[in-house]
Design a protein around this ligand. Structure first.
Ligand SMILES: Nc1ncnc2c1ncn2[C@@H]1O[C@H](COP(=O)(O)OP(=O)(O)OP(=O)(O)O)[C@@H](O)[C@H]1O
Length: 705
């Protein structure tokens, strides 16, 4: 069979073996695997099988013990064991966080949260005023009780009614505005206090969610390589919800109790400094214990949030791969996997509740024990004539007030620490500085030529530093040329495309666009010049029109431009088939384009790339995930584009016809350029390319037999 006549033949590789250097994987294997077990890069099952969420930095001994216990209990470790068992499924090795995280400097989550709170300082100020006003009267109650007792003891009964009026006036903060006109401040203040604190929590949660989302979409590909979607969704959803709930009720309660305690202490000192010091000494163990307790609550909450993120990842992966779950009937296994994560979350919740109980017991013991101390010492001071019975009574009431608020403070402290625990990961994400920015940089002025130069590029993936994927690749691609990248699976073709697309930056060497280092270019502008069609087309859930015009200004997405791009992409006819798509461009494609066939999705993805009229078009095995008929449709579009010579095209292809039509073929082997030239030149040369083609043809002949 003459090589030159293999127009429609495909270079289907013999299946990849370690020693084999064939082009790609066998097409029939592709057909079976593409929908089931061989997801593309973005779907590689790195999460479920690879990592446990248990990677916290907690520094309390108790928690370390807890981990050990968990390991014994097999509550967390099943994931680790699973990870080991499932290692062959996992294309990405476990990643050291150190390798991938690079925050500028560690930021204290409390500090970061404080920043958000500081932005609402005026609301805080007014709500605290409202809080004080709403509760002001209660501060004076014990003092008045003391006065009542002393007046009764001294039989000054005539003074009691006026004391009563004063007390009512103070409690309700009733102010006489004019004759017969009174304003009752406390109720108004209570209303504002309730409202303001709730508004503060809503605002902080909104700002946090917004900042988190904005920060996430601006991260580089490297960041997402080492994180799972479900985890990130949980950070935006669950973590911010904990913060919001915590802020709305607990901060106001915390402040209220705190103010009560401070004001009551002032009264205590006024009444008797000796008794006050005795009281502080007797409740000191509770104060010290509360620091430890607060830390524990913070760490437990961090674990809970991590656990929630983990189960959210599981759920996200399972539901987005529901067809695979059905096909392999793994519903039970998935439910079990979820329940293990869920149980671990419960375990930490239980742990929190247990320590809350211990704290209550501890506080109760010391707090009420201190009352006995005060009664004993108080009677001694009374005997010495240093204090009246009324003052002792007032002191005991203030003390009760303090102790009650202490208990409230303790329970709230747990929640406040939970807020801090929940914010740890959020802060980590906010502080991560992407290596590749999404804004800034230059635009090339004047006529754009559309040339790419790759100069001595060396590269390894940040999550796989020990494997050098590109080992000093140098290629120059001239204007409107079509260059085909070929080579065995895993040799680095897609990685090279990723360099040009600037998903990653080279470790060494440069990628230039029209002679300018792409690192210096404005990414938004650069991506308007370079478009990519990937192996697995990814669409958004909007209409066909929205998908094709994705990211373009509305005036560039007209009927005319849409028609043009769709005709070029061989998508015009099916979109305008009234039986299939009565709503034409307005057809909603469903989540990830689920309502379209693979070939239709891919042709829309091609139209999406073309409508931008990019100077450079990158085609990363754009037909490899398709069945034969869809592939034919998409290939027709690509062949036309390649022949038109209107763009610089860099194509990773496995069809001989596509490769043969290219102006230049670059054979990549083990991360290096092995050969380059036209189809004829390379065949004449009789090197790697020729043997690849021959081997391929042989395998096809065998298949035909
Ligand atoms: N995101 C990633 N993180 C870590 N390693 C990766 C990543 N993507 C690819 N690799 C690794 O880099 C190497 C080159 O992969 P690349 O996708 O560039 O090969 P390829 O030639 O395009 O293969 P194929 O033809 O099978 O698509 C492979 O060993 C692969 O496992």
């Amino acid at each position: 069979m003459g090589l030159d006549n293999q127009n429609s033949n495909q270079i289907y590789p013999i299946q990849q073996h370690e020693q084999s250097q064939d082009f790609n994987i066998n097409q029939s294997l592709r057909e079976t695997t593409k929908s089931n077990i061989t997801p593309n890069d973005s779907q590689k099952p790195n999460g479920k099988f690879g990592q446990s969420w248990e990677n916290s930095n907690d520094n309390t001994g108790i928690f370390k013990e807890e981990h050990k216990q968990n390991e014994k209990d097999n509550l967390i470790t099943p994931y680790k064991k699973q990870a080991q068992n499932d290692q062959p499924h996992n294309d990405q090795p476990p990643v050291s966080k150190k390798d991938v995280d690079q925050p500028a400097k560690p930021v204290n989550p409390t500090k970061k949260l404080m920043k958000y709170m500081k932005n609402e300082r005026w609301l805080f100020f007014w709500s605290t005023i409202a809080l004080v006003l709403g509760n002001a009267g209660q501060f004076a109650v014990p003092y008045y009780i003391g006065l009542f007792v002393d007046n009764m003891k001294d039989e000054k009964f005539d003074d009691i009614p006026s004391l009563c009026y004063q007390l009512v006036g103070i409690i309700f903060v009733i102010i006489q505005q004019s004759h017969n006109k009174y304003i009752q401040f406390s109720s108004i203040a209570v209303f504002y206090r309730g409202m303001y604190y709730s508004v503060i929590s809503e605002k902080i949660a909104r700002n946090l969610r917004q900042d988190l989302y904005e920060s996430l979409v601006n991260k580089d590909v490297e960041f997402f390589d080492s994180r799972k979607t479900g985890d990130l969704l949980s950070r935006i959803g669950s973590d911010t919800a904990v913060i919001q709930e915590g802020l709305s009720t607990n901060v106001s309660m915390f402040l209220r109790s705190f103010i009560f305690i401070i004001v009551s202490f002032i009264f205590l000192f006024i009444l008797s400094w000796q008794l006050t010091l005795a009281m502080i000494a007797s409740i000191m163990p509770v104060i010290l214990f509360s620091v430890f307790y607060g830390n524990m609550m913070k760490n437990a909450q961090k674990h809970i949030q991590d656990g929630k993120a983990y189960i959210s990842t599981l759920a996200e992966e399972t539901f987005s791969n529901i067809r695979t779950v059905k096909a392999f009937a793994t519903e039970k296994e998935e439910t079990l996997r979820y329940s293990k994560g869920n149980d671990t979350v419960y375990k930490y919740g239980y742990y929190k509740s247990f320590w809350y109980g211990i704290f209550n017991f501890f506080a109760n013991f010391f707090v009420f024990g201190s009352m006995a101390v005060i009664v004993g010492l108080g009677s001694k001071l009374y005997q010495d004539g240093e204090i009246t019975i009324g003052e002792i009574t007032a002191f005991l009431f203030y003390m009760m007030q303090i102790l009650m608020n202490f208990m409230i403070l303790a329970s709230v402290l747990g929640s406040v620490m939970s807020i801090i625990g929940a914010s740890v990961k959020i802060v980590e994400i906010l502080e991560y500085i992407p290596k590749i920015n999404t804004s800034g940089g230059n635009k090339i002025e004047g006529q754009i030529i559309g040339e790419v130069t790759i100069r001595d590029v060396k590269f390894h993936y940040p999550t796989k530093k020990d494997v050098q994927v590109l080992k000093g690749v140098t290629i120059d691609i001239k204007k409107n040329r079509v260059v085909a990248l070929v080579g065995p699976s895993g040799c680095g073709k897609s990685s090279l495309i990723s360099m040009i697309e600037r998903f990653y930056d080279p470790i060494e060497g440069v990628v230039e666009f029209d002679g300018v280092d792409v690192k210096t270019l404005d990414p938004k502008w650069y991506h308007s010049q370079v478009a990519i069609v990937q192996q697995e087309p990814v669409l958004f859930s909007g209409s066909i029109k929205e998908n094709i015009g994705y990211g373009l200004p509305e005036d560039q997405v007209t009927e005319e431009t849409l028609d043009w791009a769709c005709k070029q992409a061989n998508a015009y006819e099916f979109i305008h088939d009234k039986d299939l798509f009565p709503e034409g461009y307005s057809t909603i494609v469903g989540e990830r384009g689920v309502k379209l066939s693979g070939g239709q999705k891919q042709r829309i993805a091609i139209a999406r790339a073309l409508i931008r009229k990019p100077k450079i078009l990158l085609l990363d095995e754009a037909t490899s995930a398709l069945d034969a008929e869809s592939e034919h449709q998409v290939q027709k579009a690509l062949d036309e584009l390649i022949k038109s010579g209107e763009q610089t095209i860099i194509v990773i292809a496995h069809r001989l016809s596509t490769i043969r039509d290219a102006d230049e073929i670059i054979v990549i082997r083990k991360g290096e350029v092995a050969e380059r030239g036209s189809h004829e030149e390379l065949l004449k040369k009789g090197g790697v390319y020729k043997s690849l083609v021959e081997r391929q043809l042989m395998s096809m002949q065998l298949e035909e037999k």
